[in-house]
Write a protein that binds this ligand. Structure first.
Ligand code: PNS
Length: 204
């Protein structure tokens, strides 16, 4: 009798997907036959990107070589119900620093308590990603900092687009040699807008 495929559900807000998420997804693919990236629709946070946008960003990041083994889906309601519905029992989550542990510990135990035989496995994030989170990336982009290398380039562009900043207005990171004067000037003009956007992000 043929074995059924090993399926992992990789849930999250993915608002937006980061290179840390991609790393976890790719590593999960070495352990499972299929990975279902599941965008949670009803999390408490007000998202910056719609589910459709996040789905496209994730599909883009998956790449052709993994496309046949990755599905991107969205779910509402309890994660355990979704996992059960998809005929899976393993949830994959990335674990960054100590700060993640308590939250993830609660989540995993609550999911176990809810029944349906769902178990969570944790993959430690790679060293290069251990401090990267979607919310930090949004905050950095919001204030004009560079997020190059932390998210796929298409997501980087979408972030600046959504947050109303042009790439040339970004504050340079230490490795940049110059900051454009136009950028500096515009930053002054945009200060009011930035303050408004900052307030919006803080409310998230
Ligand atoms: O990327 P995030 O925001 O840390 O992901 C959290 C997520 C979406 C995995 C979690 O909030 C979740 O599972 N939400 C679905 C609703 C649910 O099942 N809540 C109870 C889990 S204890």
């Amino acid at each position: 009798m043929a074995e059924s495929p090993r399926i992992a559900i990789y849930p999250g807000s993915f608002d937006p997907i980061t290179n840390g998420h991609i790393d976890i997804m790719v590593r999960a693919l070495t352990m499972f036959d299929r990975v279902i990236v599941a965008i949670a629709e009803n999390v408490r946070k007000a998202p910056l990107f719609s589910v459709a946008e996040r789905r496209d960003q994730i599909l883009d990041a998956v790449g052709k070589s993994n496309a046949s083994r990755v599905e991107v889906d969205a779910f509402e309601g309890l994660l355990v119900d979704y996992v059960h519905k998809r005929g899976a029992r393993i949830v994959v989550r990335g674990l960054r620093a100590l700060a993640d542990f308590e939250y993830e510990f609660q989540l995993a135990h609550m999911n176990r308590r809810l029944g349906k035989n769902v178990d969570t496995i944790f993959l430690m994030t790679s060293e290069k990603d251990f401090y990267v989170s979607s919310s930090l990336v949004k905050e950095v982009a919001q204030f004009g900092g560079k997020v190059t290398g932390l998210v796929p380039s298409s997501v980087e562009a979408a972030l600046y687009d959504r947050l109303g900043r042009k790439n040339e207005d970004r504050v340079a990171s230490p490795e940049d040699s110059t900051v454009s004067d136009v950028g500096r000037q515009r930053k002054g003009e945009q200060a009011e807008g930035t303050r408004r956007r900052r307030d919006r992000v803080r409310r998230r």
